[in-house]
Write a protein that binds this ligand. Structure first.
Ligand code: FAD
Length: 400
């Protein structure tokens, strides 16, 4: 192996963002010289994990071989980036490579910090403790939901940014519907314990969800941040802190505990010179270009873009990034601009979905000519059947 290689464009991460921009670049360039650094040989369509946890899809249907997704014209380096030297236009890798680049795109996603909840890593997947947030545990959600007849089901949401801000509650709505369908709803208390101050950040959809909370008798606990799990006693320990008030410890007994873990930028990103104070890759929110290193761009979950971290957001970020990067390659100033568009398909039951779409300012940015804050079967079918097809055959091919 030549430990020192050069590519015109190096992409860190071959997930949703990395493959989408690679495919677009390979379509746009006559002779692409694009290298994707990605350690995993599998790629996952994570948005479907909500339905897997609810028993409405199989986890195998969300998995593809990474090799089949590398666009023609790009090379895949099965390695992991460990360090950045933006002054030298170099990234270093786990296997000892020094990769030189003209342009760098940083897209390694978000890190799941399971270890930040005391007792959680050992408890996961056993005795009612589950999570949709990892391929290896998503089956346990359905296993425990299916077996539940009585008691308390708790669904948590941490005090950090997470990928898909709506996913912590989507599984709660599915569970609630499942308990009704199986006739055990009166015996099961459904609790949504969130570190947030409300059920959803955007007013239009929050108001719709608040009505459902009342109608479906959801026990909501705001300002509750999960800090520990005690599986022997089946206790979930939260810090409850009202803004401006003192904080106190709250212990809730559970029979089922669905955990959305705390998340942060990957550690190797946090340690790098590319980040802002919060640890995210610091790019301009309109151009997606790095604020200090003009030949560096970032998008997706690891970026500092102040919007909800979703694949739908990446679908709108990718063409902007590619347009501005191609302009930079021509020596021109890019003019493409991202408005913060993101989407959260809020599943509110089997066959029901509120399609939240909004921009940086929390203004609805809806696709369809009807009120998307209403629960609809059509939007559920879109989520379950149409969006996965669009992802594999459109977005990851650089077409949609
Ligand atoms: P990822 O797709 O996670 O990819 C990051 C890649 O970087 C990975 O392949 C990883 O192996 C690689 N990597 C990591 N470290 C390194 C390294 N050191 N060097 C090189 N590569 C590295 N989005 C929606 O739009 N709608 C939804 O309904 C939705 N629901 C969701 C539900 C759940 C349960 C989950 C978990 C996610 C959901 N999302 C949803 C979010 C969506 O999946 C993510 O926002 C999206 O996948 C982020 O893309 P990304 O490329 O930034 O990160």
């Amino acid at each position: 192996m030549d430990p020192s290689e050069h590519h015109s464009i190096v992409i860190v991460g071959g997930g949703t963002a990395g493959i989408t921009v690679a495919a677009r670049l390979c379509r746009a360039l006559d002779k692409p010289d694009v290298c994707i650094v990605e350690p995993s040989d599998k790629h996952y369509y994570q948005p479907l994990w909500t339905l897997v946890g609810g028993g409405a899809a199989t986890k195998e249907s969300t998995e593809r071989d990474e090799a089949g997704l590398i666009p023609p014209g790009a090379v895949w380096l099965r390695d992991a980036v460990t360090e950045f030297e933006p002054e030298n236009n170099v990234v270093r890798t786990r296997d000892g490579r020094r990769l030189h680049y003209d342009y760098l795109i940083v897209a390694p996603g978000i890190q799941l910090d399971w270890h930040k909840v005391d007792g959680l890593p050992a408890a996961l997947g056993k005795d009612g403790v589950c999570s949709n947030y990892a391929y290896q545990y998503v089956d346990s959600t359905w296993q425990f939901l299916r077996g539940m007849r009585e008691g308390r089901a708790i669904f948590t949401n941490p005090n950090t940014p997470v990928k898909c801000g709506g996913a912590p509650q989507k599984i709660m709505w599915l569970a609630e519907h499942h308990f009704r369908r199986t006739g055990v709803r009166d015996q099961v208390q459904v609790t949504f314990a969130t570190a947030g101050a409300s059920i959803f950040g955007v007013k239009k959809y929050r108001e719709a969800l608040e009505k459902l909370v009342v109608a479906r008798h959801i026990d909501t606990r705001f300002h509750h941040n999960l800090i520990a799990v005690r599986p022997a006693a089946r206790e979930a320990v939260f810090t409850r802190s009202e803004p401006g008030g003192a904080s106190e410890e709250v212990v809730l007994r559970y029979d089922l505990l669905h955990v959305t873990p705390p998340m942060s930028a990957p550690d190797f990103i946090k340690r790098s010179p590319l980040v802002n104070a919060a640890g995210w890759v610091e790019v301009d929110r309109a151009s997606l270009r790095h604020v200090r290193y003009p030949n560096v761009f970032a998008l997706g979950d690891a970026s500092s873009l102040p919007t909800s971290k979703t694949g739908a957001a990446i679908r709108k970020q990718a063409p902007v990034l590619v347009s501005n990067l191609l302009a930079a390659m021509r020596g021109e100033a890019g003019t493409a601009s991202y408005d913060g568009y993101t989407s959260c398909p809020l599943i509110t039951g089997y066959g029901r979905l509120i399609l939240a779409e909004f921009d940086y300012d929390g203004n609805p940015a809806e696709t369809f000519p009807f009120d998307q804050s209403k629960e609809r079967l059509s939007m559920y079918l879109l989520k379950k059947y149409a969006l996965p097809q669009m992802y594999w055959h459109g977005m990851l091919r650089g077409r949609a």
